[in-house]
Design a protein around this ligand. Sequence first.
Ligand code: HEC
Ligand code: HEC
Length: 121
Amino acid sequence: MACTKCHSAAPHADKRLNDHLASVSCQACHIPQYAVERATKMTWDWSAAGKDLPITDPHEYMKIKGAFTWAKDVVPFYYWYNGRVDRYVPGDQIDPRQRTLSNSSRCLQFRRSCGIMSICS
Ligand code: HEC
Ligand code: HEC
């Protein structure tokens, strides 16, 4: 749900803050950390599954699922995002006179979560 579902699109008494809204998301300023109350799962290593390890805490290891790590008070990653998923790959040409993907975007924050898979051959 968007913040502006409930709050106005220019919610600040201070005009300088409202002037940032075209390029900075609400979340980027207002949510500097996440998992503040309880830890969140950061990594899931599937390749560790299937082993008989002496770890009994199911938050750290489960034979059928693999190994996990957790963290609290996590600082998000910040990227430019325009609400669509697209990408540049090496060699793609851009026209500097046109808007590019990145300059039509706003700064948004992301939760990064990593998974390691085992590849069978
Ligand atoms: C479902 C409705 C709703 C949504 C969605 C929502 N808010 Fe709120 N927000 C409220 C209400 C209600 C209050 C309490 C207002 C009050 O006490 O006057 C509040 C309070 C706040 C306050 C504190 C205001 C103060 O005066 O201390 C901030 C900051 C805030 N919201 C930011 C956000 C941001 C950023 C988002 C999006 C990530 C968001 N809100 C999404 C309803 C919402
Ligand atoms: C550039 C950073 C920044 C962005 C972007 C931002 N805020 Fe804020 N916001 C602040 C700061 C700093 C305050 C505290 C202002 C103060 O205490 O005078 C604040 C205060 C508020 C308040 C409390 C009312 C007030 O004037 O103190 C609300 C509600 C709020 N923001 C909602 C939002 C919503 C909704 C968005 C997105 C549409 C948003 N903010 C985007 C920095 C930001």
